[in-house]
Design a protein around this ligand. Structure first.
Ligand SMILES: O=P(O)(O)O[C@H]1O[C@H](CO)[C@@H](O[C@H]2O[C@H](CO)[C@@H](O)[C@H](O)[C@H]2O)[C@H](O)[C@H]1O
Length: 675
């Protein structure tokens, strides 16, 4: 890299050229922007200069050891906007940084002036001589390849050769090989460098993966038909379901809490406040005489069984995520050993937890203000204990009901020893809190996706997750959870389940499903947005294989979506989503594009009819530059071939395309651009 030229010293904030509004920069660099290895990160800056000379702008990526690893020339978003944009791709985990450089683009300035003046017959010899001198000096630069130096030297000779025509001489300075050489290593002066901005590169599963949630106690649970009594499934029987989950292409198996469940105020079926003796209770009501967060429910098994479960999952390519629900049933050992960790009212009682309008009568919330140190230490102990038993992913229940400083502390502390541990924030709350949790270090977050159903809502949501919030917030698009069965799913039938799965799995590198989705379970408890006979309060037996054999399962569809994700790197990045337009207000169109390290391109166009009740027709208009089409892929009319990865059909597409999607047949196209 050429030495940076000094500018006027002193306490001035502006360098030789102003560089402002750099992104991704989180809170002025107080928190790092997020990435995973191999992910394309959108970089932007506003940079400009006085006068009319040309400005070049680059982004430079530095490895955790401070070595320059990538230098990308940024492109101006629109003439005169002074806003520059490009993509940086860090290659491995660690604490990277990047800078923006703005510099006088000497070739750009010369070329612009030479073209205009020579055409007008002004300063002709002078401009050619200046070009010759510029290329002669650039050819001396030992950072260039021998071939580029020879190209520039030859251009210099031709520009200086008065025996040739003026047109030939100017053409030598504009030749494609000359442009390519100065593109590879621009002729720069007055380089201004921004400060270094932090970019935290985390492991793959921090930002990419398909999640599957199930209740281990249900898998292998048996009901005695004579007495109606249930025998719980165990971690051993639950492990038998893992091959089926892995076969659908999921990467993470998430278990709701597996700890002993309190008996006091235990909830019964359908969230009722009374439980019969055989009712297992909500797994989130953690803690009983058998133990608390550091104990496994005796019905499920032992730590040995847990480790066997983790090992089996690993064999199948699945990673186990467990729940970190920081609350206690009234029977939790903490309630007697550490009453100061709870808020006691004047009458000595402790108020149950709430997440308005929801009431959790079977648990006490923790109070982090009475003994912050003691409580934090205990929670760190618990997290470390599970890490020691092979857990590297925690789904954190209701993090927004605990102070944000605590999460910043806990996640930072865990990362020091175990930088590969991932925390998913289950926070459905006000945006300020959700953003703060992302900044505090949560690698992933649940989102409002389940409630974004119309085209307008989805377009706004996709822009938010892939652009506005992307530097600090990784969205995990769950299509359902034990708590969330939206009206859209309740009343949209099979098409609705397909539509939501396509949207989630294609728009975000992280998506998730709660068991039963593949069986299109859609009946809600009257007046609630939750499943009837919810698995949170009872055992559930499902006949996965029977449903599939009878064609009553969406498992093959989910499997196909996960297969497509794995085969297409473009789907594994978050920030590369572009919205396109359509004439129908229920047809959503977006594309994802990625240029791989080997220069190959992967581009998908996803078209979804989000009206689960109808057939929709529209004309889709594509933003062609976002597809990065190569000349060789276009026919004489500028059209290109797309292959539908769902139906197997293939069509020639162009800027405007007719689309008809019958929600009951197939509500989506997932089109791969053939190169
Ligand atoms: O409050 P959220 O909607 O974010 O839901 C999460 O936290 C809840 C409390 O942990 C949890 O609720 C379930 O467990 C409670 C405690 O046992 C019980 O009172 C609730 O009825 C039950 O839904 C919810 O599942 C979790 O996702």
């Amino acid at each position: 890299m050429p030495a940076l030229e000094p500018h006027i010293p002193g306490k001035l904030r502006f360098g030789r050229f102003p560089i402002t509004d750099v992104s991704p920069v989180v809170e002025g660099g107080a928190f790092p922007a997020k990435a995973v290895a191999g992910e394309g990160i959108a970089v932007g800056a506003t940079a400009f200069r006085e006068g009319h000379d040309a400005l070049g702008v680059s982004a430079v990526l530095y490895s955790p050891r401070g070595k320059e690893k990538q230098r990308v020339r940024l492109r101006e978003l629109g003439k005169g906007l002074d806003r520059w944009h490009g993509i940086l791709t860090p290659t491995k985990e660690g604490e990277w940084t990047f800078t923006i450089e703005a510099w006088h683009d000497r070739y750009g300035t010369w070329h612009h002036n030479a073209a205009v003046k020579i055409a007008a017959g002004i300063d002709v010899e002078l401009m050619l001589a200046e070009g010759a001198a510029l290329f002669a000096a650039a050819a001396e630069d030992e950072d260039r390849s021998e071939a580029d130096r020879a190209t520039l030297r030859s251009a210099s000779y031709t520009l200086a050769d008065a025996s040739r025509s003026v047109e030939d001489r100017l053409a030598a300075g504009e030749a494609p090989e000359v442009r390519a050489a100065v593109e590879r290593l621009p002729i720069r002066e007055l380089v201004t460098e921004s400060e270094h901005f932090p970019l935290l590169v985390e492991r793959e599963r921090a930002g990419r993966g398909a999640w599957y949630e199930f209740f281990p106690r249900s898998e292998g649970a048996v009901r005695d038909h004579a007495t109606g009594a249930w025998t719980s499934g165990t971690l051993r029987t639950a492990a038998e379901r893992l091959p089926g989950v892995a076969a659908m292409g999921f990467d993470v198996i998430y278990l709701p809490p597996i700890h002993p469940i309190g008996r006091a105020f235990r909830k019964g079926p359908n969230n009722s406040l009374t439980a019969d003796p055989g009712d297992p209770g909500s797994p989130w009501a953690i803690g009983a005489a058998e133990g608390g967060h550091d104990t496994i429910h005796p019905d499920l098994g032992t730590f040995e069984d847990f480790e066997a479960f983790v090992a089996r999952a690993e064999e199948l390519g699945l990673e186990v995520a467990i729940d970190l629900a920081l609350q206690a049933s009234p029977d939790h050992p903490w309630v007697t050993s550490h009453p100061e960790w709870f808020t006691t009212r004047v009458d000595g009682s402790i108020a149950y937890a709430e997440n308005p309008p929801k009431k959790y009568q079977d648990i006490y919330p923790l109070n982090f203000d009475n003994d912050p140190e003691g409580l934090s230490k205990e929670i760190l102990r618990i997290v470390n204990l599970w890490i020691d038993h092979g857990v590297k992913i925690f789904r954190v229940d209701n993090p927004h009901t605990k102070p944000v400083w605590f999460w910043e502390w806990l996640i930072g502390k865990v990362a020091k020893k175990n930088p590969d541990v991932v925390f998913l924030a289950e926070a459905f709350t006000r945006p300020a809190m959700m953003k703060a949790l992302g900044r505090a270090g949560f690698q992933q977050s649940y989102t409002y996706f389940t409630w974004r159903n119309t085209r307008a809502e989805l377009e706004e949501f996709f822009t938010m997750i892939s652009k506005d919030w992307a530097p600090f917030y990784r969205p995990n698009l769950f299509v359902n959870t034990p708590d969330i069965l939206t009206e859209y799913l309740q009343f949209g039938g099979w098409p609705a389940f397909k539509i939501r799965a396509v949207l989630a799995s294609m728009a975000s590198p992280l998506w998730g499903v709660y068991a039963g989705y593949e069986l299109v379970e859609h009946v809600a408890r009257p007046g609630a947005e939750e499943y009837i006979d919810n698995e949170k309060y009872e055992y559930k037996q499902r006949d996965w294989a029977g449903a599939e054999a009878a064609g009553r399962s969406l498992a093959p569809y989910l499997t196909r979506l996960n297969e497509i994700r794995r085969a297409h790197p473009a789907l594994m990045d978050l920030q590369n989503l572009t919205l396109h337009s359509s004439t129908d207000d229920a047809t959503v169109v977006f594309s994802k594009h990625k240029e791989n390290a080997d220069g190959t391109k992967d581009t998908l166009i996803i078209v979804v009819n989000v009206d689960p009740h109808a057939t929709r027709e529209s004309t889709v208009t594509l933003d062609l530059p976002a597809l990065h089409l190569d000349r060789e892929s276009l026919d004489l009319e500028g059209r290109f071939r797309v292959d539908d990865l769902l139906s197997g059909q293939s069509w020639m597409w162009g800027e405007h395309n007719y689309v008809r999607l019958d929600a009951h047949a197939e509500p989506a196209h997932i089109l791969h651009v053939r190169r």
